[in-house]
Design a protein around this ligand. Structure first.
Ligand code: LMR
Length: 395
């Protein structure tokens, strides 16, 4: 039976990261997976997380299953972090929250719930979107529609195109939005544009589903949540998949949360019960360690202060890398790379052809996705000149 199965290609992002790891060229540049890397090319452990881990390991008395809904400190802390300290929806107790195995696990929980609530739901995704959205959401049987989002010719959001396409989204449809730091293009909606989409959701009755994986890495923790919070204020039902992978550096620990903002408390509890049934069916219990660490950080004032400061520094460093990459690329190529400075978070498209991206890989050991999506956080003072010269050479 099993011998009928053929080898399939690796995931586009993870496969390229593996190819880069295997490349012996000492000058190689890894701009593949969305991981924050410091000047030395290391993905650091936050000080606050290290401290939380030290106390957790010292105090932990059991490895018995945790509650299927997850760690209470994590759920409470994440609710406040994502929705804001003063969130009316939290005060009204109409947010059902369930811990999940990373942001992907939260997306999958959301998708499963959508499928139960509206089996014929169409999920509207931006063009482009994170490649893994398709297998993650389609594996539960949801069908896709795409809406225009990124105008590659001038590296801006094609907001008119987006609005025109989303006019066709109706009650029972779901619109997947990137909460901030759009993956893969880095071009975000303005707050005003969030307001327009919120108005459409109110009038047309579609449900916003917000993938929120990069809070704190665009403009700052509160600023990055502004669009999402506006949506929650105005639209009675919103699903959010949030993650601590990037903003707490808990990538491998798989700490995520699905937040179901509902019309009332009774409905929120119903959603939690549904999500627990789904979770039990696909992975039984959420992993504990990462969420326990995040819960400790978010429930300690001292650790929160330390974590926020470190995250703010990362955010500012990414902005600095955007400026320096722009400058170097413009110096070396004479082209206009101003968009790199305007875009947010870890990703931008360099605007290269597939052939150019492939040449960068084969001739210079510079690894980016075929679409020329780069992880800005893979740039550093040591590789920026080499990278800019290589890009200029293939242009
Ligand atoms: C990325 O887009 O590189 C990250 O979200 C990591 C991943 O799992 O693909």
């Amino acid at each position: 039976m099993l011998d009928k199965l053929e080898r399939v290609p690796a995931d586009v992002i993870l496969g390229l990261a593996a190819a880069c790891r295997a490349d012996p060229n000492p000058d190689k540049v890894d701009l593949t997976v969305g991981i924050y890397m410091d000047e030395q090319g290391r993905c650091p452990v936050f000080d606050a997380v290290r401290e939380a881990q030290r106390t957790l390991v010292a105090e932990e008395l059991t490895k018995a299953y945790m509650s299927p809904a997850g760690d209470e400190a994590f759920l409470q802390g994440m609710g406040r972090l994502v929705l804001g300290e003063g969130s009316q929806a939290l005060r009204d107790r109409r947010v059902g929250s369930v811990q999940a195995p990373g942001g992907c696990g939260a997306l999958r929980l959301g998708a499963e719930i959508i499928r139960v609530a509206a089996p014929d739901a169409r999920v509207w995704v931006s063009n482009p979107t994170w490649p893994n959205h398709f297998p993650l959401l389609s594996s539960v049987g949801l069908v896709f529609e795409t809406y225009r989002y990124y105008e590659a010719s001038d590296h801006t959001v094609d907001f008119d195109g987006m609005v025109e396409d989303l006019r066709r989204a109706t009650v029972g449809d779901v619109v997947l939005l990137h909460g901030c730091c759009h993956n893969p293009c880095g071009a975000d909606l303005t707050l005003e544009q969030w307001g327009v989409i919120a108005g459409m959701a109110e009038r047309q009755g579609f449900t916003p589903f917000i993938d929120f994986a990069y809070q704190g890495l665009g403009d700052g923790i509160e600023q990055d949540a502004a669009g999402l919070r506006l949506m929650v204020e105005r639209v009675p039902e919103v699903i959010i998949a949030a993650s601590c992978s990037k903003n707490m550096g808990l990538y491998r620990e798989r700490a995520g949360i699905a937040l179901f903002v509902c019309r009332d408390e009774v409905n929120a509890q119903a959603l939690v019960s549904q999500a627990l049934v789904v979770g039990r069916r696909i992975y039984s219990m959420p992993p504990a360690h990462g969420a326990l660490l995040a819960g400790r950080v978010l429930s300690s004032e001292a650790l929160t202060v330390s974590w926020r400061a470190e995250l703010d520094a990362m955010c500012q460093r990414i902005q600095g890398l955007r400026s320096s990459l722009r400058r170097k690329l413009e110096d070396k190529s004479g082209g206009d790379f101003g968009f790199i400075e305007r875009e947010k978070g870890m990703f931008s498209f360099l605007g290269l052809s597939v052939e150019q991206a492939l040449r960068l890989r084969s001739e210079y050991s510079v690894y980016m996705l075929d679409s020329s999506r780069i992880n800005i956080a893979g740039v550093n003072d040591h590789n920026v000149d080499y990278l800019a010269a290589a890009v200029a050479a293939v242009l």
